[in-house]
Design a protein around this ligand. Structure first.
Ligand SMILES: CC(C)(COP(=O)(O)OP(=O)(O)OC[C@H]1O[C@@H](n2cnc3c(N)ncnc32)[C@H](O)[C@@H]1OP(=O)(O)O)[C@@H](O)C(=O)NCCC(=O)NCCS
Length: 183
């Protein structure tokens, strides 16, 4: 299991099969799914989260791939989103989503901050690459707010066909350390 990480407001712990109902509840939302890569099915199947956790997340968990469920400290029994990190970039090394009721409170910025500390300080990453659909302002802002640099725009296909390009971002360990010292 990935190491459990905590922040002021959040607990991030490795996804388990028990998180499937909450994962399904918040992930099965077009406003969440439409921003993601086109391989995510829409309409989202009834057993989509349980299948994904069982067949995709758990077999790779902690094996150069780390998938944390996000919990509010004030309600630590229900996952409200997830952050994942993987060693072999595609080209990106990180993904995230948060249930819509929780958007706009700085929660994902808080979650990725502790995940990046862990990635650079404990997992040995020297560089992280991120990506988002060009036009996904929330995801873009999370990167801007955490010191990443936009390095490219490429053609891309998301669930919502309105998106046709992806922005690629880069963050080096030394930049993150400088950013953390000044923040
Ligand atoms: C992207 C996502 C994780 C952001 O989570 P969050 O907890 O709301 O993020 P934060 O609050 O830390 O930061 C979001 C920032 O984007 C801004 N933002 C969000 N939507 C915006 C919009 N339409 N226009 C302008 N700014 C917007 C917020 O104001 C905030 O910036 P600020 O702190 O400068 O005000 C969440 O919206 C989500 O899960 N979206 C669907 C899935 C997704 O897009 N995943 C990423 C795929 S690359």
């Amino acid at each position: 299991m990935p190491k459990t990480l905590t922040t002021d407001r959040l607990i991030l712990r490795g996804v388990t099969a028990a998180d499937a109902p909450a994962y399904q509840k918040y992930f099965n939302d077009y406003e969440v799914i439409r921003q993601l890569g086109h391989h995510v099915p829409w309409p989202y199947p009834e057993n989509g989260a349980a299948d994904f956790i069982q067949n995709v997340i758990l077999p790779e968990q902690d094996n150069d791939k780390w998938v944390w469920a996000i919990f509010l400290k004030t309600y630590p029994t229900e996952a409200i989103g997830a952050v994942d990190l993987w060693r072999k970039g595609s080209p990106e090394n990180r993904g995230f989503w948060l249930g819509r009721p929780f958007w706009g409170q700085g929660l994902m910025t808080e979650a990725v901050t502790i995940v990046m500390d862990y990635a650079f300080d404990e997992l040995g990453f020297e560089t992280l690459i991120f990506s988002n659909a060009k036009g996904n302002i929330g995801s873009r802002r999370v990167k801007e707010k955490t010191g990443a640099k936009l390095i490219d725009v490429q053609p891309g296909k998301m669930v919502d066909p309105i998106y046709t390009e992806v922005e690629i971002w880069e963050l080096h360990k030394y930049e993150w350390q400088a950013y953390r010292q000044n923040s």
